[in-house]
Design a protein around this ligand. Structure first.
Ligand code: AMP
Length: 326
């Protein structure tokens, strides 16, 4: 079980293992965890179990009687800046390819063949993104994919912390702590499931909507036709069978090395299931929608008490999947 205040997270897993779905959920849960950690660190811990987010407005005043200026205004105004920025290198690369930038043109050939884009190109994209974000709170989906990328990321984050610690960056937010990466989350998924998911993926070349003909709830209404604009769906160049096998092999070879580095550096790691989360939960939760189960499962892995995990799972599920505010 983990008792971390997580700010800088890395999500790794084979293609189509559910990294994207998990990343959205991890972001939402971790933002709640950041807030709870912040509160529990400064105030009464036993309030937390019964903390009601809907009652936040009413609780604010009694909860924050003496908090010094550091971050108080941010937190009380709701603009507490606990936002965890999620980004996926696959998306960042596809964006460069779509815009036909120099980097995008170089990367395109590798992406189409299902190979890894060379480290120096990917690292450029990542460094520029991280500089914009200030290395403070992020969740990376699909990076690092090689041990050299991992080293680059860990070292950069670490150097940035050292500079910040020495005061070069001036006044620091009280919400930042001095670590390289707080948690590596790996999504475990059997090969057979990955194959099925990848082979079923279809994209609308017109609007970009993604379907999956092997997942009932993601199928288009008419075979191979986009529900929204009637365009014939296409298969992503790097989703063809021979390419998929190659991607999986590359992934496994690299994963071993990254895993060793993570262990050597003592970075905490959490494994999440890429399928069959229901099997991991008590029978009494079997009626929950799958994505709500995922939220609940993560809350429990992070040691949220049962009643809070149930409550948050419902709240986060609704906010993510029904367009309601959390
Ligand atoms: P994804 O959408 O994450 O499956 O990524 C699609 C493709 O982008 C991959 O098959 C690679 O060609 C490339 N790619 C994404 N992330 C990386 C990375 N960290 N390093 C190298 N290539 C990457």
């Amino acid at each position: 079980m983990y008792h971390l205040r997580c700010y800088r997270l890395v999500v790794i897993g084979p293609p189509q293992s559910g990294k994207g779905t998990w990343s959205r959920i991890i972001k939402a849960v971790m933002e709640k965890k950041l807030l709870l950690d912040y509160l529990s660190q400064n105030f009464v811990v036993d309030l937390i179990e019964n903390f009601d987010f809907e009652e936040k407005e009413n609780l604010r005043k009694p909860l924050f009687p003496s908090l010094e200026a550091t971050g108080k205004t941010e937190l009380l105004s709701g603009s507490h800046n606990l936002d965890l920025r999620v980004f996926s290198t696959g998306d960042l690369l596809r964006e460069q390819i779509g815009r036909k930038t120099k980097l995008g043109k170089e990367a395109a050939a590798y992406v189409q063949k299902g190979g890894l884009v060379p480290d120096d190109l990917v690292n450029k994209v990542i460094i520029s993104k991280l500089s914009q974000l200030g290395y403070e709170r992020f969740l990376m989906d699909g990076y690092p994919r090689t041990v050299d990328q991992a080293r680059m990321l860990f070292d950069h984050a670490h150097n940035y912390d050292t500079r910040a610690h020495l005061g070069e960056r001036g006044a620091k937010s009280p919400l930042i702590r001095y670590h390289e990466i707080d948690l590596v989350i790996s999504i475990d998924c059997p090969d057979i499931t990955i194959f099925k998911r990848i082979m079923g993926r279809r994209t609308c070349p017109q609007c970009g909507r993604v379907y999956n003909v092997n997942i009932p709830q993601s199928r288009p209404k008419r075979d191979e036709i986009c529900d929204d604009d009637g365009t014939r769906l296409t298969i992503r160049e790097d989703d063809r069978e021979e390419t998929v096998e190659k991607r999986l092999k590359i992934y496994k070879d690299n994963f071993r090395d990254i895993d060793n580095l993570v262990q050597r550096r003592g970075i905490p790691k959490l494994s999440l299931p890429g399928e069959g989360v229901a099997r991991e939960l008590p029978e009494k939760h079997s009626q929950m929608p799958v994505n709500q189960m995922m939220v609940y499962y993560l809350c429990r892995m992070l040691d949220f008490p049962e009643p809070l995990a149930v409550k948050l799972s419902k709240q986060i599920y609704l906010s993510l999947y029904s367009g309601q505010e959390s």
